[in-house]
Write a new protein. Structure first.
Length: 99
């Protein structure tokens, strides 16, 4: 019984982080957009403006993107996952962190 409660709490926590991040104020529907450059730029703008983040702007933006991808799991449309993965590459480019 306790395990189920912990599991529900965990799911609610990750969903809450995505919806109401204490570190970044994200634009509405950002993870449903179809332009990776626009997604990356919006994440960058949100991270740069935030005074509540606990890490560098790059890490905050990338963490939010990765959290969304991981939280979505198998429910994330394949084409949208490709777009979000491209947004990760674009975000690295914007911050000069290319491999």
């Amino acid at each position: 019984m306790i395990v189920l409660t912990e599991r529900r709490t965990s799911k609610k926590w990750s969903r809450q982080v995505t919806l109401d991040s204490n570190a970044l104020n994200l634009e509405e529907g950002i993870f449903t957009w179809h332009d990776p450059k626009r997604i990356a730029q919006s994440l960058r703008n949100s991270a740069e403006r935030s005074v509540r983040r606990k890490s560098t702007p790059f890490r905050s933006a990338m963490s939010m993107l990765v959290l969304y991808i991981n939280r979505s799991g198998k429910k994330l449309d394949h084409d949208q996952k490709i777009i979000l993965e491209q947004a990760k590459v674009e975000l690295r480019r914007l911050y000069g962190k290319e491999a």
